[in-house]
Design a binder for this molecule. Sequence first.
Ligand code: E4P
Length: 219
Amino acid sequence: MNIFIDSANLDEIKKAADIGILDGVTTNPSLILKEGKDYKKTLKEICSIVKGPVSAETISLNTEGMVKEGKEFAKIAKNIVIKVPMTSNGMKACRLLTKSGIKVNTTLVFSANQALLAAKAGSYLVSPFIGRLDDIGEKGTELVKEIRQIYDNYGFKSLILAASIRSTEHVREVAMIGADIATMPFNVYKQLFNHALTDKGIKMFLDDWDKLQKGLRRR
Ligand code: E4P
């Protein structure tokens, strides 16, 4: 499973890229607003750090506007993927952008039928938002399971990008289900590396190493 960071914070993105386990980035207007920087400039900077797909969200609600914005954003860098919302206008824009060679991430997917349509429209990435479904009392990971089955049933090539991830448990679950990608906030990414027994084990080995050195010195 590929791992993306859901962030527009350059420090976070640089840290993950430096570790070397970072396959791409997703952004949205809210994340870029949080950084208080220019929209396109931020996307360009992210693309200079990350080689993998970087999702840039369109703002227009009509097809023409989405296509126009998508074509502009696609000029920022080769690895830009255009995010369009899961609406009929969005799906029309998806078809047009895909036809012109621009990859599309269909975002705000909350049902299996929406994911089916997004695949039929030629989406490169399809983003079910699992945390937001959990927020309204549904089970977001169930949706990922359903989409996996539908895409496998019919051999759709769209990649399932599990989005709106809130915990390491979400990451584990979507990996077990077979999501192609999980995009997560940096705090969840960092937690993936941790386990209490790893820390305990390191401490034990270091303590024994110290004892060993003292013992060796006594000889
Ligand atoms: C993904 O592309 C979205 O930017 C993101 O995962 C939304 O997450 P949220 O529900 O935590 O805002």
